[in-house]
Every structure is written in C-alpha cells, then in structure tokens.
Design a protein around this ligand. Structure first.
Ligand SMILES: *[C@@H]1O[C@H](CO)[C@@H](O)[C@H](O)[C@H]1NC(C)=O
Ligand SMILES: *[C@@H]1O[C@H](CO)[C@@H](O)[C@H](O)[C@H]1NC(C)=O
Ligand SMILES: *[C@@H]1O[C@H](CO)[C@@H](O)[C@H](O)[C@H]1NC(C)=O
Length: 391
C-alpha cells in the first residue's frame, strides 16, 4: 500500500474552540443549530470509540479479503451520487506531488459561494456494539457502488502496524472512516467528495464546511475569494495556536507535517503569526469575561474590535459571524439598539460567507438586525451605549 497521507479529519484533538463561542455568551445566546457546533469537530465522538477499536484490533483474528480488495488504487470517481449537484465546473480533484490528492479551483470562486453540497454516504451511530471494523465495512457494502468506490479511494492514517491492509479490508474501511469522517448531529458521517479537501492553517484555509441537520447535507462555502488555479483548503482543527503546536497535533492525528503557506513562513514572519494567533485566543478569553460580569459591556465591545483587528492583520477570517453575533448579544443585553443592529448586520455578512446566505444563522441574525428588541437577551443587563463595530 502507499504510505498513508495527510487527509484525515478529526480525531479527538479538538478541544474547546474552533467554534466555541465566548463561554459566557454561550448559554443564553440565540440558539445555535447544533450543526455549527458539531460539523467542524470531525469524529469527535469517535474518540470514545477509539479504545474499543484498539481493543478489537488487538484481539481480532485476521479476516479474509473481500473480492474487490480495499481499492486504494482505484481511479478518482467523478461526481458521486452523494454529491447533490455537479460541481465539476468549480474544481477538479488532482494529484499533488507528495501530498496525495487535492481540490484545485478551475475558475474564480466568489467569497461566500457554495462549493460542495453532499449527503453522507452513510452515518454510523455514536455507540455501537460488536466489531467497529465489521460494522463500518457492512455499512460500506450497503452503499451504492459509485459512493463505495469513492470512499475506498480515500487515504487513511494510523493503520495497525501488525496488520496487512491487503488482507484486512474491514480494518481498511474502518481506518478510512476514522481518518475522514465528520461528526454530525447524531452520529458520524462520511462524505467522500468533501473528504478530498486538504488542510490549511490560519490564513491558509479558504473554505469551511458545515453540517445542516434539517437538510441532511454537508455544505462547503468559500470563506474568501478563491482564484482559479488555487487549492481549496479547509481546516481540520483549531489553528489559533502556534505553529509547533499545530504541527504536532497534525502529525499525531493526521499523520503529516503541515507545511501550508502559514506553516511555511520564514522565521520572523512565522513568529509574528504565532503571536497574533495566540493573541486572538487570549483576547477571545477576555471577551468571555463579560458573562460573569468581570468586564463592562463597553470593554467587551472594545475587546471584540481588537480581535477583529488582529484577525485582519493575520488574515484569519473564520468564525466572524459568530463573534459578531456574540457581540450583538452583548449590545442587546445592554439595550443598545443601534449597536445591536450594526453587529447583527456584520454577523449576517460573515455568517453568509462561512455558512451560506441561506443558512439558519443568517436568518436569525437578519431578524435581529431588523428588530433588535426581539433578541432573546434584550435588556438582561443595565442600559448602556456599548458601541458598534466602527471605532
Ligand atoms: C458535469 O458537468 C460537466 C460540464 O459542466 C460535464 O462535462 C460532466 O459530464 C458533468 N458530469 C456529470 C456527472 O454530470
Ligand atoms: C516547508 O516549505 C518550505 C518552503 O516552501 C521549506 O523550506 C521547508 O523545508 C518545508 N518544511 C517542511 C517541514 O516540510
Ligand atoms: C475576573 O477577574 C478577576 C480579577 O481580575 C480574575 O482573577 C478572574 O479570573 C476573572 N474571572 C473571569 C471568569 O474572567
């Protein structure tokens, strides 16, 4: 078999973050769909199962190969049946020397444009009994042939060293699943089209995926404008941390050393980027102090502006819809209608890029922008003019 390559989405390493709102605002804030919270935590729930997997690896007897083998060398399949529309005019899946496969834009893609819409080939529940490898392999056998082929052509990492992939197809299926699956609302799904997206850190990723529970689809949107010829990259993990930490995490969980455009920055530029990313994280923590009333509403708004400014410097544009929505919450709590409207409008704009203009989050915040007083948090703190996004 070929060396397992990058790919991989998400074991358990996701701690708090990527999409976690300021701790405080979380509880009371406008109800967010679980989708936004869960979709980026790939395979979060498989963490618990990992022990079970290991257990089975250690004790399972070798199984006989299936007729088709694991198909690692199968050709790239075209648009699979799980992809809901033909996106072949947007990107192509190509071989990237030394880096497996990736998605290259074949035309300019506008900021906020939908790139992929995909149903899961199958979804595994959070808890299963019996052999996970057999379970996943069975689900895969039941999938339609085109989708099965697409799944089997994905790469994988962390295959047990004592097993031969050629003779252990069920374990290969499981390894592919563990490497590529995405935690959705009530289970873990596999999306072979989207799974081709490679990872970039901080300013390097330009696309974001989200699960939409109501529609039962995973959607990928362009967070930034993507030029023809550029690789479409998403992020597998929270990258608001220094390069060494990011690399270590990617190595452990996905089996590759990240050398995206941010990780490849030369010494002093890399240090400056690290500083900004750490500052963004710390500033988010300070913002969260509004919840326990450790800082005033005005201070919270000032802190949010600071986050925005550092993110501009870094080119880190993700999660801004949520940040602006959280700030709108603060403004609403203090009955500042003008500020609530302005932050809500900003939230609509950025949620629109990241989650889609037709997303639930955009709808909710658009309502707040029209009617600030309708915000569930309205008037829950003392009256105070907190200020809008502009200084
Ligand atoms: C998708 O569209 C392209 C042209 O836009 C066409 O060449 C291709 O055959 C289509 N593929 C499928 C699977 O419909
Ligand atoms: C990353 O890429 C840069 C140049 O693009 C190269 O100098 C460096 O050695 C690479 N680092 C790793 C760890 O691959
Ligand atoms: C609140 O402020 C105090 C004193 O400045 C600090 O020790 C504490 O950690 C803060 N708590 C939170 C939740 O920010």
């Amino acid at each position: 078999m070929s060396t397992p390559r990058r790919r991989g989405k998400a074991p358990s390493e996701r701690g708090s973050d990527l999409n976690d709102p300021p701790k405080v605002v979380k509880a009371a804030a406008i109800k967010r769909s679980a989708s936004e919270n869960t979709s980026r935590r790939r395979v979060l729930l498989l963490a618990a199962l990992a022990l079970v997997f290991t257990y089975f690896y250690l004790r399972s007897d070798p199984v006989s190969p299936t007729e088709s083998g694991h198909g690692l060398k199968m050709p790239e399949s075209p648009v699979t049946t799980s992809a809901l529309y033909n996106d072949s005019d947007i990107f192509e899946v190509v071989d990237l020397p030394g880096r497996g496969k990736g998605l290259i834009a074949i035309r300019d893609i506008e900021q906020g444009e939908r790139i992929i819409t995909e149903k899961p080939t199958f979804v595994a529940p959070e808890q299963i009994t019996g052999s996970p490898a057999e379970f996943v392999a069975k689900l895969l056998r039941e999938a339609n042939p085109a989708d099965r082929e697409a799944v089997l052509s994905l790469s994988y990492v962390n295959f047990p060293k004592d097993l031969d992939p050629e003779t252990n197809p069920d374990e290969v299926a499981l390894a592919i699943f563990q490497t590529n699956a995405v935690a959705i609302t009530n289970g873990v799904g596999i999306f072979p089209r989207m799974a081709r997206l490679n990872h970039g850190c901080s300013s390097a990723f330009n696309a974001v995926y989200t699960w939409r529970e109501k529609e039962g689809v995973l959607v990928v949107h362009a967070l930034k404008k993507i030029n023809k010829g550029e690789e479409i990259l998403t992020t597998y993990t929270n990258t608001r941390q220094p390069r060494d930490d990011r690399r270590k995490m990617m190595e452990e969980n996905y089996g590759f050393t990240c050398n995206c455009s941010v990780c490849a920055l030369p010494g002093s530029e890399s240090e400056a980027s690290d500083k900004r990313l750490v500052a963004i994280s710390e500033t988010y923590d300070r913002f969260a102090a509004w919840g326990p009333k450790n800082i005033t509403g005005r201070e919270a708004i000032e802190i949010a502006r600071t986050i925005w400014r550092i993110e501009d410097e870094e080119g880190y544009l993700s999660e801004r819809g949520r940040l602006a929505a959280d700030v709108a919450y603060v403004a609403a709590a203090h009955c500042d209608a003008t500020a609530t409207r302005q932050w809500a409008e900003l939230s609509v704009e950025w949620y629109g890029y990241e989650l889609g203009r037709d997303s639930e989050q955009v709808r909710e915040m658009a309502n707040v922008a029209v009617k600030p007083q309708s915000h569930p948090g309205w008037g829950s703190r003392e009256k105070l003019e907190v200020g809008g996004p502009m200084l």
